[in-house]
Design a binder for this molecule. Structure first.
Ligand SMILES: CC(C)(COP(=O)(O)OP(=O)(O)OC[C@H]1O[C@@H](n2cnc3c(N)ncnc32)[C@H](O)[C@@H]1OP(=O)(O)O)[C@@H](O)C(=O)NCCC(=O)NCCS
Length: 147
């Protein structure tokens, strides 16, 4: 193997466009480009991009608030899925914020791929937000990973 494999890199002014593109192509609830750019000034923000052999493949957006990690979004480009990229992005966030007491996120009830990923990385169901999502309307599952 001469490839570099999966590399995770913190979002910066040079690579924020990779986040905006991956989010726009893969997330139904993507933020606007302006909102991702604003995160560069947000001290609570921890956004990382995964590169597979140098190609932008996925990203994770997280905030660290008091002592909890809140995952705002995670997405991997379709052609790079099932290669451990989302798992590597979650691990990078946990490694960056070792003092966090918990990690929280919300996911559409029908998103079986994401729910399987979160269960595999130590999350459990913590609650339901009825009809939280729109277009289509759907329940949100709140998941938590405790330290
Ligand atoms: C969910 C998502 C981020 C997973 O990314 P990924 O890089 O393919 O995930 P990984 O390869 O790290 O998967 C890790 C584990 O998660 C589970 N998993 C991931 N995708 C799965 C799928 N389609 N079906 C079942 N289990 C799945 C598996 O347990 C997998 O381990 P395995 O491959 O050894 O079986 C990706 O499918 C995606 O971007 N989806 C669209 C955006 C999205 O829904 N984001 C979440 C919003 S809350």
């Amino acid at each position: 193997m001469t490839g570099k494999g999966i590399e995770t890199v913190r979002m910066d002014p040079e690579n924020v466009s990779d986040v905006i593109r991956i989010a726009g192509e893969n997330l139904s609830e993507a933020w606007s480009g302006e909102t991702y750019r604003r995160q560069l000034e947000n001290p609570a923000d921890h956004t990382f991009i995964a590169y597979l052999d140098g190609e932008p493949a996925g990203f994770i957006s997280a905030w660290y608030v008091i002592d909890e990690i809140e995952i705002n979004g995670i997405a991997v480009a379709e052609k790079f899925r099932r290669r451990g990229i989302a798992g590597a992005l979650l691990e990078r966030v946990f490694k960056e914020l070792p003092d966090a007491s918990a990690c929280l996120l919300e996911v559409r009830e029908s998103n079986t791929a994401a729910i399987a990923l979160y269960k595999k990385t130590g999350f459990e169901k913590a609650g339901i937000r009825k009809n939280f999502y729109k277009d289509p309307t759907e329940n949100g599952i709140i998941m938590i990973r405790r330290k």
